[in-house]
Design a protein around this ligand. Structure first.
Ligand SMILES: [Zn+2]
Length: 199
């Protein structure tokens, strides 16, 4: 889910865009519908460094130590997650900070990402993963929202049209995308499959 509040101040710097992206974890995970991954551009880039050497955590991704083994395992087992991390690692003006904590009691979601685009073009993404949620599904879901912004997806414009795979929540200014939900499920499936194969 994404909330757009362009006039919201963020720290001391001017911000031209603020998005809040939230994964509705349990409901989305249990959905049996298969969403097409054609919301914007499909993945076409190579996995660059991740194909060749040992997959490593992107240098512009800050994660708590207790989530690092999860991320390393996801990198090993999920090609979709490797592509997401490759996109993140390759975005020179992007900084991602992941934290694990508690979302508000009223929240129906398992994760939330604030994305701020500063006037100088830098993109900052703050991801909060609920302590009780599935970090694999939620990280992949939120990372896809970050990749959506790297792709330049205009969530507000897409939500204003029918059948784009982007919906705006009743509360206004908050969006969810089928693309992110599908990416979360896909990564979770790849990780489970890899674990079953004993990798
Ligand atoms: Zn979402």
């Amino acid at each position: 889910m994404a909330a757009i509040a362009p006039d919201l101040p963020r720290r001391n710097a001017a911000v031209s865009l603020l998005l809040v992206l939230v994964a509705a974890a349990p409901a989305a995970a249990q959905s049996s519908r298969l969403f097409a991954m054609n919301i914007a551009r499909p993945y076409v880039e190579t996995e660059t460094a991740f194909v060749r050497g040992t997959p490593s955590v992107p240098g512009n991704l800050e994660i708590p130590e207790n989530l690092r083994p999860t991320v390393v395992s996801m990198l090993r087992l999920s090609s979709t997650f490797r592509r997401q991390c490759s996109r993140i690692a390759g975005a020179a003006d992007l900084a991602v900070v992941v934290q694990r904590g508690s979302l508000p009691a009223t929240a129906k979601e398992g994760a939330i990402t604030h994305i701020a685009r500063r006037d100088d073009g830098r993109l900052e993404a703050d991801v909060l993963i609920d302590s009780l949620g599935d970090p694999v599904l939620l990280l992949a879901h939120e990372f896809e929202h970050i990749v959506e912004q790297l792709d330049g997806v205009d969530l507000a414009a897409m939500a204003s049209r029918a059948a784009t795979g982007v919906v705006e929540r009743d509360s206004g200014g908050q969006f969810e995308t089928e693309r992110a939900a599908a990416a979360g499920r896909r990564v979770a499936q790849e990780v489970r499959g890899g674990q079953r194969r004993g990798r």
